[in-house]
Design a binder for this molecule. Structure first.
Ligand code: PEP
Ligand code: MG
Length: 582
C-alpha cells in the first residue's frame, strides 16, 4: 500500500480499478517519396485533416449536449490549430521539397510548434501544449489509419490515471463508467479540474508521478476530499473507505435536505452563502446546492480558449443570462482577472518573470481601457435584467479605485446618452486579496459598497507562497495567524464604514474554517457549489456566540498548525457527523 498526496480538485471518494491512460504517443515513420507520389501524399494529409476536424466537431457537439456550450467551446482552440494555414502550408511544402511522407512532415511541424510553446514560461500556455499534442495524436492516427484510443467505450467502471488529460480526453470519457480520475500535473484552475467539478466526480491532480507508480488494473482509492490516491490498499483501508464512500453518499443526500433552509446559526444569525462559478452553465448546480446567489463569477473564463476578444454583445448576453437564471438572488461579476496563471491567447501580453506580481487584473484593465470599458458596458446593460453587482480584482491602492470609479461613471454617462437602461444603483465592490489593500481597507471602504476577501490570493501574497507550486504547498496555510489577523482587520474596517464583507476563496469551503470566518464577522461566504451543503451544515450547527469565541481563541495561537487543529476539534464538537463523514 502506498499513498500519494496531490491537490484535491473535486470532492468525493471512489474505489476501483485503475486504467492507466497514456494518450498513446505515436511515432511517425520516416519514408522518402518520389516526385510522382507528392500529390497523393498531400491528398492523404488533407483527408486526415478533414477526418480529424469531423471527429472534433462530433466531440464538441457531444460535450455541448452533456455539460453545455461553455465547456465545449474549449474545442474551438483545437479546431483553430487544425485550420492554421501556416501549419498546413509548412507540412505541404516539406512534403514537396524534402520528398517525405505526410506523417513525417506533419510530426516535424508539430514538434516545432511544441518546442515554441515549451519555451514560453507560463501555466496557461503550458496547458495549450496538451491541446497541440492532442491534435497531433489524432491527426497522426487518422493518417496512419489507426483507431483513436479514447475513453469512450469502456467495459467496466474505472478510475482514470494519466500524466495529463486533454480536454478532448475528458470530454469523450464514458461518463457512466469513469468514476474518478487522477493526474500527475495540473492545478485547481486547469481544465481537467474544472471539468471534474462540472461532472461531479472525485479528482486529484498535481500528484507528480501517479502515472508512473500505478499499473493498469490494480486497485486504488481516490480521496477527492483530501487529495489522496491510495495504491493497492489493504483490506482494512478498503473496508474503511467503502464504509466512508457509502456514508458520504448517504450524507450528501442528507445534506441536500438543507438546500432550502437558511444558512443561519442556532441563534438566528444569518450568513449569506453564495457560490463561485466560471461558466454560466454551472447555474443549475449552484441552485441544486442551495446557494443564495453567486458571490464570484470569474468572468475571465469567457475570454480564455479563444483567439479573439468577446464582443460587448456576447458578454451582455452571458451576463444577462446569469442574472436572469439566478434571480431573485444576486450575481457578483468580477471584472477581467487576467494574468498570474490565466492568460488570453488573443492578447499579446509580454513575457514576465513574476506574472503573479505583474501586469494583471485591474492593472491590465486600467491600461487597456478599451477592453475594460467594453466589459463594463456589457455588465451595466445586463444589470437592467437582474441583481448584478460588480467587483474589481487585485486592488492594491486607493488610486486604482478612484480610476475605476471614473471609468465606470464615464461608461454610465455614455449609456445614458444612448438611452440604454441599466441599474444606476448597482453595488460596486473591491476584492481584498493583496496585503496592502487589507491594511488600508479603512481607506478603501469609503469608496465601495462591499469587500470580498479573496483568500486564495491573500494567502499567496501574504505568505509569499506561489499558489500553484506543489513543492511549497506545505507553506500555504489559510490558518496562518497573519491571515486571520488581516481578515479580522478587513471585516472591522468594512463594518466601521457601514459596508458588508465576504470571502470568496477556497478557505470558505472548509466547514471548520467557515465557522472561524463567521466568528471573525464575515457577512457572506462564497465558494465552490459542491462545498456549500457541508458549509451550511456547519453554520447551522453553531451559535454566533460560540463562533465568535472560537475565532477569539484561535487568534491567540501562534502557528497555523495549532489554529487548524483547534478549528477542526471545534467542528468535531459542534458537528461530529460532519467531521466523521468527510
Ligand atoms: C481569490 O484570490 O481568493 C479568488 C477568489 O480569486 P481567484 O481564485 O480567481 O484568484
Ligand atoms: Mg484572486
Amino acid at each position: 500500500m502506498e499513498t500519494l498526496k496531490g491537490i484535491p480538485v473535486s470532492p468525493g471518494v471512489a474505489i476501483g480499478k485503475a486504467l492507466v491512460f497514456h494518450g498513446e504517443d505515436i511515432v511517425a515513420p520516416h519514408e522518402e517519396i518520389t516526385e510522382t507520389d507528392i500529390p497523393k501524399e498531400i491528398a492523404r494529409f488533407e483527408d486526415a485533416l478533414t477526418k480529424t476536424r469531423a471527429e472534433l466537431l462530433k466531440i464538441r457537439k457531444q460535450l455541448s449536449e452533456d455539460i453545455g456550450r461553455d465547456h465545449s467551446d474549449i474545442f474551438n482552440a483545437h479546431l483553430l490549430i487544425l485550420e492554421d494555414r501556416a501549419l498546413i502550408e509548412d507540412v505541404i511544402s516539406r512534403i514537396k521539397e524534402d520528398h517525405i511522407n505526410s506523417e513525417y512532415a506533419f510530426s516535424v511541424v508539430i514538434q516545432k510548434y511544441l518546442y515554441a510553446f515549451s519555451q514560453i514560461d507560463d501555466e496557461y500556455l503550458r496547458e495549450r501544449i496538451s491541446d497541440i499534442k492532442d491534435i497531433g495524436r489524432r491527426l497522426l492516427k487518422n493518417l496512419m489509419g489507426r483507431d483513436t484510443e479514447t475513453l469512450t467505450d469502456l467495459k467496466e467502471k474505472v478510475i482514470i490515471i494519466a500524466h495529463d488529460l486533454s480536454p478532448s480526453d475528458t470530454a469523450s470519457m464514458d461518463k457512466a463508467r469513469v468514476i474518478a480520475f487522477a493526474t500527475d500535473i495540473g492545478g485547481p484552475t486547469s481544465h481537467t479540474a474544472i471539468m471534474a467539478r462540472s461532472l461531479e466526480i472525485p479528482a486529484v491532480v498535481g500528484l507528480e508521478r501517479v502515472s508512473e507508480v500505478v499499473a493498469n488494473g490494480i486497485h486504488i482509492i481516490i480521496d477527492g476530499n483530501r487529495g489522496l490516491v491510495i495504491i493497492e490498499p489493504d483490506e482494512e483501508t478498503i473496508d474503511r473507505y467503502e464504509a466512508k464512500e457509502k456514508r458520504f453518499a448517504g450524507y450528501i443526500h442528507e445534506l441536500e435536505k438543507l438546500r432550502d433552509l437558511e444558512a443561519e446559526t442556532q441563534d438566528h444569525h444569518k450568513v449569506e452563502l453564495a457560490a463561485n462559478i466560471e461558466f454560466p452553465d454551472e447555474i443549475p448546480s449552484v441552485i441544486a446546492h442551495g446557494a443564495k446567489g453567486i458571490g464570484l463569477y470569474r468572468s475571465e473564463y469567457f475570454y480564455l480558449n479563444r483567439d479573439d476578444l468577446p464582443t460587448e454583445e456576447e458578454q451582455f448576453t452571458a451576463y444577462k443570462r446569469v442574472a436572469e437564471e439566478i434571480a431573485p438572488h444576486h450575481v457578483i461579476v468580477r471584472t477581467l482577472d487576467l494574468g498570474g496563471d490565466k492568460f488570453l491567447s488573443s492578447l499579446d501580453v509580454p513575457y514576465e518573470m513574476n506574472p503573479f506580481l505583474g501586469w494583471r487584473a485591474i492593472r491590465f484593465c486600467l491600461a487597456r481601457t478599451d477592453i475594460f470599458k467594453t466589459q463594463l458596458r456589457a455588465i451595466l446593460r445586463a444589470s437592467h435584467y437582474g441583481n448584478i453587482k460588480i467587483m474589481y480584482p487585485m486592488i492594491s491602492t486607493l488610486g486604482e479605485l478612484e480610476e475605476t470609479e471614473r471609468i465606470l461613471n464615464s461608461v454610465m454617462k455614455d449609456l445614458k446618452k444612448d438611452g440604454i437602461p441599466f441599474n444606476e444603483e448597482l453595488e460596486v465592490g473591491a476584492m481584498i486579496e493583496i496585503p496592502s489593500a487589507a491594511i488600508i481597507s479603512d481607506i478603501l471602504a469609503e469608496k465601495v459598497d462591499f469587500f470580498s476577501i479573496g483568500t486564495n490570493d491573500l494567502i499567496q501574497y501574504t505568505l509569499a507562497v506561489d499558489r500553484v507550486n506543489e513543492k511549497i504547498a506545505y507553506l500555504y496555510e489559510p490558518t496562518h495567524p497573519a491571515i486571520l489577523k488581516l481578515i479580522k482587520l478587513v471585516i472591522e474596517n468594512a463594518h466601521a464604514a457601514g459596508i458588508w464583507a465576504g470571502t470568496c476563496g477556497e478557505m470558505g469551503s472548509d466547514p471548520a474554517l467557515a465557522v472561524l470566518l463567521i466568528g471573525l464577522g464575515v457577512d457572506e461566504i462564497s465558494t465552490s457549489p459542491l462545498a456549500l451543503p457541508q458549509v451550511k451544515k456547519a453554520i447551522r450547527s453553531v451559535s454566533i456566540t460560540q463562533a465568535r469565541e472560537i475565532a477569539a481563541r484561535a487568534l491567540k495561537f501562534k502557528t497555523g498548525k495549532e489554529i487548524k487543529e483547534y478549528a477542526d476539534n471545534c467542528l468535531g464538537e459542534i458537528a461530529p457527523d460532519l467531521v466523521e463523514e468527510l
